[in-house]
Design a binder for this molecule. Structure first.
Ligand code: FA5
Ligand code: MG
Length: 438
């Protein structure tokens, strides 16, 4: 099932012939019926390609689908788009949005490349330019997105985002529309039970763009914040303070994105931690210029559907969204927010793997290890933590130790079974990275 070409480190790579069913021949990868030639950039794994086309957010009785409908009806006068294929070019995903050439998001350690000219979109912003170019002025766009990331309860390599944007004419008419809409939204939010910590619309570290009049940019930023606070009220208003007598806490913080300025992130206090649910900002003017709609200003946001659904439905682990266990799927009904009743928390079983990396090897990125685990054991890994890492002073060899927490969402795993699956992880690690187990 594992795919040797998933690893880009050809020096240490042992090519095997065990290609998965999604690869029609060893030299191509097939996604949604289309074949792509592979090259030295290719790092997409079979476990990831298997997820393409599941479109969980389109199932009306899946928590992601329920949330998707709820947000679409909140923004009822926005055009809500779905179903765009996930394979995009680096130009769409990065260049058109002004990502600098050395931005870490472009790295093969962070993104899933099909080949050097194609990758699985890492965010729904990849479709901004084409959507603005079609003349859309109030729009939502939902899609599956893919990132090489850590393994834990709130991160998954495939998740779903919803992008939203609103375009205003740059002149006085647009300004009047902003002022009227801001007054309407402020009145609507006046009695919100949600505790919201704000940040200034503009600051020296989060400035208006040179192309914008700061007062006008502040109005756009205010409209963005009010629009999203109104969404928060729709989503969480009934639940604010429910049960525990503690009001729901939401905070705005300054952020940075290459394609917006000013930029913000929104976090919600959930299970004792601040959980980031969205990023947003005033769209860089060059994006609108590139889309051939100058003389406009726009805001845009990108939210994580899983993160919000975890809060709304009390879903404790992001892997559950992919579960086909009827004890999960049967709990949800189209159009209803209900509290998930955990059917059981099966015992966790920790296994460590310590190893020496080959001397002078290019190293092993944490995301390489996480992908190897996912590709070998699927969702049986609940989280992965690097617990030790050092370089031997004499031999100069480096050592790492990862702890994998194996825990099924659907059943108890026996110790023998965990030993067997962990042994597969270890074998695969040796085969693909040439490490020496300690
Ligand atoms: C973005 O992806 C930007 N494109 C958002 C944006 C759009 C900014 C438009 C400005 C204008 P970020 O990487 O922070 O930003 O991801 C957005 C949201 O996706 C996060 O807030 C989080 O809710 C969700 N998210 C990110 N990584 C993961 C993950 N691995 N698993 C689940 N959800 C994730
Ligand atoms: Mg973020």
């Amino acid at each position: 099932m594992t795919v040797a070409f998933a690893l880009r480190r050809s020096r240490t790579l042992l090519r095997t012939t065990s290609y998965s069913r999604c690869y029609s021949t060893p030299s191509t990868v097939s996604i949604l019926g289309k074949k792509y030639p592979i090259d030295s950039t290719t790092n997409v794994t079979a476990a990831i390609v298997d997820k393409v086309g599941r479109n969980l957010y389109m199932d009306p009785s899946h928590p992601l689908g329920i949330l998707h409908s709820l947000i679409s009806s909140h923004f009822h006068d926005f055009n809500s788009m779905t179903g765009l294929p996930p394979v995009v070019t680096p130009a769409q995903n990065f260049d058109d949005l002004g990502f600098p050439p050395d931005h870490p998001g472009r790295a093969v350690t962070d993104s899933y490349y099909i080949n050097r000219d194609h990758l699985l979109r890492t965010h729904t912003s990849a479709h901004e330019v084409e959507t603005f170019a079609r003349g859309e002025r109030k729009w939502l766009l939902s899609a599956d997105v893919y990132r090489r990331d850590e393994i834990d309860a709130s991160h998954y390599p495939v998740f779903h985002q919803m992008e939203g944007a609103r375009v205003f004419a740059a002149g006085t008419a647009g300004r009047a529309e902003l002022e009227a809409d801001n007054a309407r939204l402020a009145a609507h939010l006046a009695r919100s039970p949600i505790v919201i910590e704000d940040v200034p619309h503009l600051s020296p570290t989060n400035p208006a763009q040179p192309a914008h009049d700061p007062a006008h940019a502040a109005l756009v930023a205010q409209n963005l914040k009010l629009s999203l606070n109104a969404l928060m009220l729709t989503l969480f208003g009934d639940r604010a303070g429910a049960g525990e007598g503690v009001p729901l806490r939401v905070r705005w913080i300054e952020a940075y994105f290459p394609f917006t300025s000013p930029s913000y992130e929104v976090e919600v206090f959930f299970r004792g931690k601040w959980l980031e649910i969205l990023g947003c900002g005033v769209v860089q003017q060059q994006t609108l210029d590139r889309a051939n709609v100058p003389d406009n200003v726009s805001w845009a946001f990108g939210l994580g559907l899983e993160r919000i659904a975890m809060i709304l439905f009390s879903i404790p682990d992001i892997r559950l969204f992919w579960s086909q266990d009827p004890r999960f799927t049967s709990q949800f009904t189209a159009g209803q927010i209900t509290t998930f009743k955990p059917y059981s928390k099966y015992p966790a079983c920790y296994k460590d793997v310590s190893f020496w990396l080959e001397q002078n090897s290019a190293g092993l990125h944490d995301n390489d290890f996480c992908d190897l685990v996912r590709d070998t054991v699927g969702d049986l890994a609940e989280d992965v933590v690097l617990i030790d890492s050092f370089t031997h002073p004499k031999t100069n060899k480096s050592s790492k130790c990862y702890r994998v927490n194996y825990c099924s969402m659907d059943r108890s795993l026996s110790n023998d079974e965990v030993n067997a699956i962990h042994a597969r992880v270890v074998t695969s690690l040796v085969e693909k990275f040439g490490v020496e187990i300690r």
